[in-house]
Design a protein around this ligand. Structure first.
Ligand SMILES: Nc1ncnc2c1ncn2[C@@H]1O[C@H](COP(=O)(O)OP(=O)(O)O)[C@@H](O)[C@H]1O
Ligand code: SF4
Ligand SMILES: [Mg+2]
Length: 320
C-alpha cells in the first residue's frame, strides 16, 4: 500500500480528568471515505477536532503523508489548513451572519491564493456556487436569506474552494430536513469523486454511512471498537455494539432510498452503569459479557484482513 494520506496512532484527548478519546488508530488513503459512527457522546466530534487541531491531542501521533501534524510549526500547519477542511453540523451557525456569501467564499482564496485578481476570485466563487447547486447572484446575499440546506451548500462550497485533500464532515445533514438530506449527501459524493478528496464522514445515520463509505469506524465511549470495509461491517459485524447499532435500523438501504432517513439516534439507550475500570466499556449492555470483560480492556484483534474488532468474544459473536 502506498503511504497513507493520514495516519492516526494511539490518539487520545483528555478534557480535565475525562478521557474523551483513547488510543484511536487508523490510516486513511487518498480519496477514501471513512464513515465514523457511534452514539452521541462517543467522541466522534472530538476525533474530528483533534485531527484538525481544533482541540489538543494529549497522546498519540498524527501523520500527514508521513509528516508529523501535531508538532509541526505554524507555517506547515497553515499549509495543512488548506488541505484539511471541515463541514459542520449546523450550517447556519458555521457561517458569519454579517458577511455576504461571496465574502465568506473569498476568504480562503485571499489567504491561500493571494495572487488572484478580484475578477478571477469572483469567477471562482460563481463557478463554485453553481457547482453546489446555487446561483452566482447569491454571492451578494447574507446567510439569513437562505434555508438550512442552502446554508449547508454554502458551507460545502467554502470547504471545497481550495480543493482540499481531506474533508471532514461532522454530521453534515443531521440538522437538515429529511427531504433534502439525500441531495446534500449526493452533492458531497459527487464533489468528492470529482476532486478526489478523502473524506471522514461522521453520522449516526447508518443508511447514509453505508451509502458513501468505503470503510467504517465504530466508536464507543471514546474508543474504536470495530473497523471494517463497508461490506464487512454491514454484512458481518463482529462487535456486539455494532450489532446493536445495526439492529436498530433493520434495513439501512431501504431507509436511505425511501425518505425514511432517521435523524434520531440509531443507538440503543445508554446504559446506566458506568464502565468497569479496566474492563470493556460495553459490558453493562452486552449480551455476550463474561467475567473477563469486567477486568480486561479488549484490544483490537484481526477478524480477517482489514477487519479489526475490540472484543474478547468476537468469535462467539461472529459464529453464533
Ligand atoms: N471541550 C470539551 N470539554 C469537556 N468535555 C467535552 C468537550 N468536548 C466534548 N466533551 C465531552 O467529550 C465526550 C465526547 O463528545 P463528542 O466528541 O462531542 O461526542 P460525539 O460527537 O460522538 O457526540 C462527551 O462526553 C462530551 O461531553
Ligand atoms: S469484550 Fe465482552 S463486554 Fe465487551 S463487547 Fe466483547 S463480549 Fe461484550
Ligand atoms: Mg458530535
Amino acid at each position: 500500500m502506498s503511504q497513507p494520506l493520514l495516519s492516526v496512532t494511539g490518539l487520545g484527548v483528555q478534557f480535565g480528568t475525562f478521557a474523551a478519546l483513547q488510543d484511536v488508530s487508523f490510516d486513511l488513503a487518498d480519496g477514501e471515505t471513512m464513515g465514523l459512527v457511534g452514539e452521541s457522546g462517543s467522541g466522534k466530534s472530538t476525533l474530528a477536532r483533534a485531527i484538525l487541531r481544533l482541540v489538543p491531542a494529549t497522546r498519540g501521533r498524527l501523520l500527514w503523508r508521513g509528516e508529523d501534524l501535531l508538532s509541526c510549526g505554524a507555517r506547515a500547519l497553515r499549509q495543512r489548513r488548506r488541505d484539511l477542511q471541515i463541514v459542520f453540523q449546523d450550517p447556519m451557525a458555521s457561517l458569519n451572519p454579517r458577511m455576504r456569501v461571496g465574502e465568506t467564499l473569498a476568504e480562503p482564496l485571499k489567504i491561500f491564493e493571494a495572487g488572484l485578481t478580484s475578477a478571477a476570485r469572483a469567477t471562482r466563487i460563481a463557478r463554485m456556487l453553481e457547482r453546489v447547486g446555487l446561483s452566482p447572484e447569491m454571492a451578494r446575499r447574507y446567510p439569513h436569506e437562505f434555508s438550512g440546506g442552502q446554508c449547508q451548500r454554502i458551507g460545502i462550497a467554502r470547504a471545497m474552494m481550495l480543493r482540499p485533500k481531506l474533508l471532514v464532515c461532522d454530521e453534515p445533514v443531521s440538522s437538515l430536513d429529511v427531504s433534502i438530506q439525500g441531495q446534500i449527501v449526493n452533492l458531497l459524493l459527487d464533489l468528492q469523486r470529482e476532486f478526489g478528496t478523502a473524506m471522514i464522514f461522521i453520522s449516526h445515520n447508518l443508511a447514509v454511512v453505508r451509502h458513501l463509505s468505503h470503510r467504517v469506524l465504530v466508536m464507543y465511549r471514546g474508543r474504536l471498537v470495530e473497523v471494517a470495509s463497508r461490506d464487512a461491517l454491514f454484512g458481518a459485524p463482529a462487535h456486539p455494539y455494532t450489532r446493536a447499532l445495526l439492529a436498530a435500523v433493520p434495513d439501512p438501504t431501504r431507509a436511505f432510498a425511501g425518505r425514511a432517513l432517521t435523524t434520531g439516534e440509531a443507538a440503543p439507550a445508554a446504559g446506566r452503569t458506568p464502565p468497569a475500570l479496566g474492563g470493556c466499556a460495553f459490558h453493562d449492555r452486552c449480551p455476550y459479557a463474561q467475567p473477563v470483560c469486567l477486568d480486561t480492556v479488549p484490544t483490537l484483534q484481526e477478524v480477517e484482513a482489514e477487519h479489526i474488532v475490540a472484543c474478547h468474544r468476537w468469535r462467539e459473536v461472529v459464529y453464533s
